[in-house]
Write a protein that binds this ligand. Structure first.
Ligand code: MN
Length: 261
């Protein structure tokens, strides 16, 4: 009798377990880098994901595609962090004289992460280099050095702190970014000397600075957002104006983890 009672309970137990699983906190993988022999990532990213409601999970740099797939199979959302310049040979250009430091292993890691995440429909938030990497991975190109390649450009390499907003951006109407930030203009920080040149197919521009530099993009399928500024630099210091970007990827990740089970 006891045995049958348990069998009768099984459907209820499994529904309960399923509900528990689908309500779990989404895991947001954040691309890391290597400094000497140390795997690294700024705490600004980690804290911003935590404040956005996700579990931050640092993805250690690897060029092993099997490991990259394994990493992606264990996360619900992907954040591509900031960093060095991307090798222009990847998007078919010779290196400009003002090109900064490039790291081939990180280029391989970042581009593989993005390409495979897109295939798996994992939501992506690209930040600074991460936004540029998203554009390159999808077939776009970059300005290698804004000051020498764009006439009348404003200052995009600010010397002030990470949470100091140094230039305005205009936010395009009817974009995910405008629905998240609920404003037409915003003041952002700026720590980049490169930016998107030719926009990749499948991306649209959602933010632009007064000199015409692309400061934000999003994918037509609504699964990826890239920003040229550093939202985590504000969130980490208690300014939550750009926290909705992290809440967005956590929400997207939550929906994905439900439908993929
Ligand atoms: Mn800028």
């Amino acid at each position: 009798m006891k045995k049958y009672f348990f069998v009768l309970l099984l459907p209820f137990v499994s529904v309960f377990l399923f509900a528990q699983q689908s309500d779990r906190t989404p895991i947001i993988g954040i691309s890391g880098y290597v400094d000497g022999t140390t795997a690294k990532l700024g705490m600004t990213y980690v804290e911003s994901v935590r404040k956005g409601g996700g579990i931050p999970f640092i993805l250690p740099l690897s060029t092993d595609t099997l490991m990259i797939d394994d990493l992606l199979n264990n996360i619900d959302g992907l954040i591509m962090s900031g960093g060095e310049d991307i090798d222009p040979l990847i998007y078919g250009e010779e290196p400009h004289i003002m090109l900064g430091k490039v790291t081939h292993q990180r280029d391989t890691f970042d581009l593989q992460l993005i390409k495979r995440a897109i295939k798996k429909k994992i939501p992506i938030l690209g930040i600074c280099r991460g936004e540029q990497a998203l554009n390159v991975a999808m077939g776009g190109t970059l300005y290698q050095d804004i000051p020498s390649q764009i006439e009348n450009a404003i200052e995009h390499s600010q010397k002030e702190a990470r949470n100091y907003a140094s230039h305005p951006i205009q936010i395009e109407e009817n974009t995910i970014l405008s629905s998240l930030l609920k404003c037409k203009t915003a003041m952002v920080n700026s720590f980049h000397h490169q930016s998107i040149k030719e926009l990749a197919p499948g991306l649209i521009v959602c933010a632009i600075s007064p000199d015409g530099i692309i400061e934000g993009v999003e994918s037509e399928d609504g699964l990826s957002i890239g920003v040229q500024f550093h939202p985590e630099g504000f969130v980490f210091h208690g300014d939550n104006q750009f926290l909705p970007l992290f809440e967005w990827i956590v929400e997207k990740a939550k929906k994905r983890s439900r439908t993929s089970m």
